[in-house]
Design a protein around this ligand. Sequence first.
Ligand SMILES: Cc1cc2nc3c(=O)[nH]c(=O)nc-3n(C[C@H](O)[C@H](O)[C@H](O)COP(=O)(O)OP(=O)(O)OC[C@H]3O[C@@H](n4cnc5c(N)ncnc54)[C@H](O)[C@@H]3O)c2cc1C
Length: 367
Amino acid sequence: MDDVVVVGGGIIGASTAYFLSKEGRKVRVIERDPAYKKASFPLSLGGFRRQFFQKENINLGKFALEFISNISNTLKTKNNPNPTASMVPNGYLLLFGPEHAEEQYEALKNHKACDAGTKNIPASKLKEIFSWINPEGLETATYTDNKIEGWIDPHMFHNALKNKAIELGAKFEKGDIKKISDIKAKTIVSAAGCWTKELLDDIPVAPQKHTVFRVKCPKHYSEMPLTGDLPSGVYWRPEGKEYLAGSPNSKFDCPDLEPEWDDFENLVWPALANRVPEFEQLKLTGGWAGYYDCNTLDNNAIVGKHPKYENVFLATGFTGRGLMQSPGIGRGLTELITTGKYQTIDLSCFGLDRIFAKEKRTEPYVL
Ligand SMILES: Cc1cc2nc3c(=O)[nH]c(=O)nc-3n(C[C@H](O)[C@H](O)[C@H](O)COP(=O)(O)OP(=O)(O)OC[C@H]3O[C@@H](n4cnc5c(N)ncnc54)[C@H](O)[C@@H]3O)c2cc1C
């Protein structure tokens, strides 16, 4: 019998394998597509932020920075002596209209309680800091400008975690698990992302297709933060000499990952040009789509022990934030598995009880 089997070698599987291996557990990671063609993490925007409503999400975002900042030491291996996640710490800027303002003022109390280091300004002052913005229709904005939020290269980060886990003894194998009962192990961790329901049919997670467009603009602001325009739901950030922009239009039941190209003209370009007038001159240069592991109950992580099994733990449902939460989730699951309770960030609020009781714990700031 195996000690630990992790199903899914994506970012959550790799992080959990790393933290468990560090504690001396013998981990086998089973991944059905080692090229990760449809996995969520390589198709993500790479963003990490602490600007959430709920304290646990804020604290997971804070830990992401701490962890990513140290990987040149912690994830160093013989084969990968200089690991990097290519962090771009440009910050996040979240823009709120009157319909979201009150909620955001509440969120700011949680930011303060968690010492998140975020700043808040009225929309009327936005142009003093972000000269490129059209503040029309906005009421307030929150941002960071001290290199504590930004984005990373998800592939490099995954590679660093996986390599270190392997050096610590983990084995990554190709395999497609059909039933959780097919695994014989002391501890099983389901890290199957948006496909979790195939293994655990009572978990309300579904693949939700999201499209990202790549665009070019004569005016390039390389220092621009990852900006989320809450009134339109469109978000964007610089990428090299271009920009990436996410569509707010998401879809379930899409077996293919063809981008929703019509969204560009209908939704994304108008919203971009409205908020950044220079984006009127955009040119579409490409795009892709990927699946969010969408928690259809409350848009929030589902993490912990499955109450119907002796030895099954799971982590999924991150709904657009699994990459940034992967360090905290891998560490937290390891604490739960090895000591029976969380030792650092208390993740019990993401447990399975609320799911089966259908008690929503919705995180409002999904991009
Ligand atoms: C367009 C887009 C933008 C995003 N932007 C961000 C962002 O900026 N920041 C952020 O934090 N998050 C972002 N995300 C979300 C993030 O990518 C996901 O939440 C995260 O990747 C989930 O990690 P995971 O390891 O659970 O799933 P995945 O990365 O999908 O990995 C799961 C793996 O499990 C394997 N698997 C599944 N079932 C089985 C089985 N039965 N047997 C064997 N293997 C199996 C799959 O092949 C897959 O490789 C974005 C996602 C998308 C699509």
